[in-house]
Each structure stands twice: as structure tokens, then as C-alpha cells.
Design a protein. Structure first.
Length: 287
């Protein structure tokens, strides 16, 4: 157990912090247009480097990453975020990104899959990207077209930021990159999501987003001693998510709060991608 002071997440100020970073900051990965996604999937299908990854739904349900075990424990001493300091926020998030690069590179080597780092871009406004406009309700997002994470640095974020929520936010966006380069996105999710409608489309979105929650938490488990992850702070954050996690999103495309909390805890408990196969879960588990 670490000895850092525990934040009182029951206070209104702390709850607002979690809402800003763990709720509204949990952004969707934005898919490219259908023709580009299908073209990318076709190229991947015929690429020798990606030959180990199935095509179609099996790319999501039977991905090689699921057989790689726990993410190796590593040192990720990212420091602290000073309230009101944009520089300390950028520095903290950059260090978390470096830890994610190192951890996922090792995991991809275990799976014998090619790995490439995402780009990281800090922005002070809601910029557009090749994937389109800034998603509603998001504090940041990952664009699969240019493999870039856009992280918002606003006055409110910098004022309210706390380390665990910020690390979870960054790890979630990075998880969308993991889904993209492992071909879960281009070989199944993107083309299927683009041609789906209504409740079927929302269900696919929830599987995608809840898997990112799970993968992010598996990473946090691997750095819990050095980040560190305070066990009481983790429980408080997940309890808050259970009750409020869905309130940031206009439609149920990220899952109810209890679903978000379930997959976050599952990822933390399993410590690896094998516990994060939302694609094989019942619809009730991704409600």
C-alpha cells in the first residue's frame, strides 16, 4: 500500500474533478470513413506482418493480444500535477504516455504483432482532425486515421486535474490506439460500425469503449506501485463512475456507469488484455 495522502473524493470539488477527467475525458475513438477502413482492413489481411490476426469478428473475439498474459510490472513515476499548472499537467501526461509506449510495446512483442507509437498532441481548443469534429462530451480523443491522441488542456482541466484520473484518461485514449494497431478496429469494428444502425451500432460502440476502459485499467495495475495507485482512491473513483460515469454522454455509446465500473475493475484485477474481451461478453455485461 502506498503512503500518499488520500484525496477526499466524496467532496463536491473532487467529484467535479472526476467528472472532468474520468467521465467527460473518456473520449471515443473516431473511425475513418468506411472506404478507408475497408481498404486498410484489406491491406492488413494480406500483409505478412498482420497474418496472425484473424479478419472479421474473430479479430476482436480471438485477438492474439488476449494470449499475452499480464502487462509486465514497470516503473512509472510520473510526478504530480500542480493545480492550475498547464506545464505540470502536460509533463505528467507525457510521462504517462511514455510508460504506455513501453508497456504496450512489450505486450505486442509477446503477441508477435507489429507495434508503433501513437502521436500525442496537446490542444487548448476543440480542434478537428481527419476523423472529423471534436466528439461531444469528450475532454480528448484518439483519431485512428492519423493515429493521434488529442488531449485537451483547458483552464478547468488544469485546475481540477488529479493524477489517477488523468492517468486513466490517458490510458483509455491509448487503448484505442491498441485496438487500432492490433486490428480489432480496422479488421472488424470500424467497417461493421459504419454499416450498422440504431441499437446495433450503440452496442458495438459500447463494446469498443468498455474494452478501452478495461485495457486502461490493466495498464494501471502494472504501474500501481510506482505511479502510484492508491487503493482507496481507486475504489472511490470506481464507485463514483458506477453512479455517474454515463452522465457525460448524450447517448448510451460508452455504457452505463455500472458497466464502465465493471470493466475498469475487471481490467485492474486481471492485469492484462485477456480479461478485456468485451466482444465475447453477453449484451448485459456491456449495457
Amino acid at each position: 500500500m502506498n503512503t500518499l495522502p488520500i484525496r477526499k473524493l466524496s467532496t463536491l470539488a473532487a467529484a467535479a474533478t472526476v467528472l472532468a477527467l474520468f467521465g467527460t475525458g473518456t473520449a471515443q475513438a473516431t473511425a475513418p470513413a468506411a472506404p478507408a477502413a475497408v481498404k486498410e482492413a484489406s491491406k492488413a489481411q494480406h500483409s505478412q506482418a498482420a497474418a496472425a490476426v484473424p479478419y472479421g469478428k474473430r479479430a476482436a473475439t480471438h485477438n492474439p493480444l488476449y494470449r499475452t498474459g499480464r502487462i509486465s510490472v514497470s516503473n512509472c513515476s510520473a510526478g504530480q500535477i500542480r493545480s492550475g499548472s498547464a506545464a505540470s499537467y502536460r509533463r505528467f501526461m507525457t510521462k504517462i504516455n511514455t510508460c504506455l509506449n513501453n508497456s504496450w510495446a512489450r505486450q505486442f512483442r509477446k503477441a508477435r504483432l507489429p507495434y508503433a507509437k501513437p502521436r500525442l498532441r496537446f490542444v487548448t481548443g476543440k480542434v478537428s482532425s481527419p476523423c472529423g469534429r471534436w466528439p461531444t462530451g469528450a475532454g480528448g480523443y484518439y483519431c485512428s486515421s492519423n493515429k493521434t491522441m488529442y488531449i485537451g488542456v483547458t483552464r478547468k482541466v488544469v485546475r481540477d486535474a488529479f493524477e489517477l484520473g488523468s492517468a486513466q484518461f490517458m490510458a483509455h485514449e491509448y487503448a484505442h490506439h491498441v485496438q487500432t494497431i492490433s486490428k480489432i478496429g480496422p479488421n472488424y469494428y470500424f467497417p461493421t460500425h459504419n454499416r450498422s444502425r440504431g441499437s446495433a451500432k450503440l452496442l458495438l460502440s459500447r463494446r469498443f469503449e468498455l474494452q478501452a476502459d478495461c485495457l486502461a485499467s490493466a495498464f494501471l495495475r502494472s504501474v500501481q506501485s510506482s505511479l502510484p495507485v492508491n487503493s482507496m482512491e481507486w475504489r472511490s473513483m470506481n464507485d463514483w463512475t458506477r453512479k455517474n460515469g454515463h452522465k457525460a454522454w448524450p447517448t448510451n455509446d460508452h455504457g452505463k456507469g455500472y458497466s464502465q465500473a465493471y470493466w475498469a475493475q475487471r481490467g485492474f484485477d486481471s492485469g492484462g488484455p485477456g480479461g478485456c474481451n468485451t466482444w465475447a461478453a453477453s449484451s448485459g455485461r456491456v449495457a
